[in-house]
Write a protein that binds this ligand. Structure first.
Ligand SMILES: [Zn+2]
Length: 77
């Protein structure tokens, strides 16, 4: 039997831009219990945002401010 599932379009996060997102931003979250030495086994990739093709830089900057504040970080991939 053929089943039809509606896909949810992801929308660009840049201000009032409502274009359909072409890019997904992810970050690595450490889910290890406190004191665990095997942290790498608990790393989980989480999606933190989306952008259209025009706002990759702007959304990257916005997400960095939200998730890392003034702390220096590598590019969110
Ligand atoms: Zn946009």
């Amino acid at each position: 039997m053929i089943k039809v599932v509606k896909l949810h379009a992801n929308i660009c996060k840049h201000q009032s831009c409502l274009n359909r997102a072409m890019y997904e931003f992810t970050d690595i979250k450490n889910m290890a219990p406190e004191g665990s030495l095997e942290a790498s086994e608990y790393q989980k990739t989480i999606t933190i945002g989306y952008s259209c093709e025009h706002h990759v830089e702007e959304v990257n900057k916005l997400l960095k401010e939200i998730y890392y504040g003034n702390e220096k970080s590598d590019n969110i991939q």
